[in-house]
Design a protein around this ligand. Structure first.
Ligand SMILES: [Zn+2]
Ligand SMILES: [Zn+2]
Ligand SMILES: [Zn+2]
Length: 148
C-alpha cells in the first residue's frame, strides 16, 4: 500500500497531470476515489457525491479518467461497472495492470491489492495479452465486523 498524505493532495494538479479538464465536479470525483477504501460503482458515486450532477456527466468523466490512466475498471460480482484508482505510474499510454482484486461475497465491494502482482508471462501460445485478471473472493473487514 502506498501511503499518501490525503489531506494535502492537489486534485486539480492530478487532473492536469493526466491531461483532464479541471471542472469542480471532476475534482470532487477524483477526491472521492482517493478517499474511498474500495472501488466505486456509478450508482455509489451518484448517491454519495455532494455535487448536483447527471448520470451522463458521471459516465463521461469516468470514461475520460479511464482513458487517461487515472482509474481502471475492476471486476464486480453483479456485473456493474466499477472503477478503482490506478497506481500512480499509469498514464494514457501505459495502463496495463497486473495486480489482483479482492471481491467481497457479502457486500460485493471490490478492492485492489497492489502488492499482489500476477507474474508477466512472455510466451503464451502467441497470444497478445491485454488484460490480466486474478480475483480472490471472501469477506471484507467491514463485513466480518458486522457479523460479530
Ligand atoms: Zn491504470
Ligand atoms: Zn464486504
Ligand atoms: Zn485494481
Amino acid at each position: 500500500m502506498i501511503l499518501i498524505d490525503k489531506e494535502n493532495i492537489d486534485f486539480g494538479m492530478i487532473l492536469s497531470q493526466h491531461a483532464l479538464s479541471k471542472t469542480s465536479f471532476r475534482k470532487i470525483l477524483i477526491e472521492f476515489f482517493y478517499r474511498s477504501k474500495h472501488s466505486l460503482s456509478v450508482e455509489e458515486i451518484i448517491s454519495n457525491i455532494s455535487h448536483p450532477v447527471d448520470k451522463v456527466s458521471v459516465y463521461r468523466a469516468l470514461n475520460a479518467f479511464e482513458k487517461n490512466g487515472l482509474i481502471h475498471k475492476v471486476p464486480d460480482k453483479a456485473n456493474l461497472i466499477r472503477y478503482a484508482l490506478c497506481p500512480s505510474e499509469c498514464s494514457s499510454s501505459k495502463h496495463l495492470h497486473n495486480h489482483a482484486h479482492l471481491l467481497c461475497s457479502n457486500c460485493n465491494e471490490t478492492y485492489c491489492i497492489n502488492d499482489f502482482k500476477i507474474p508477466i508471462v512472455n510466451e503464451c501460445k502467441g497470444f497478445v495479452i491485454n488484460n490480466l485478471k486474478i480475483i480472490l473472493e471472501g469477506s471484507c473487514i467491514d463485513c466480518q465486523q458486522s457479523y460479530s
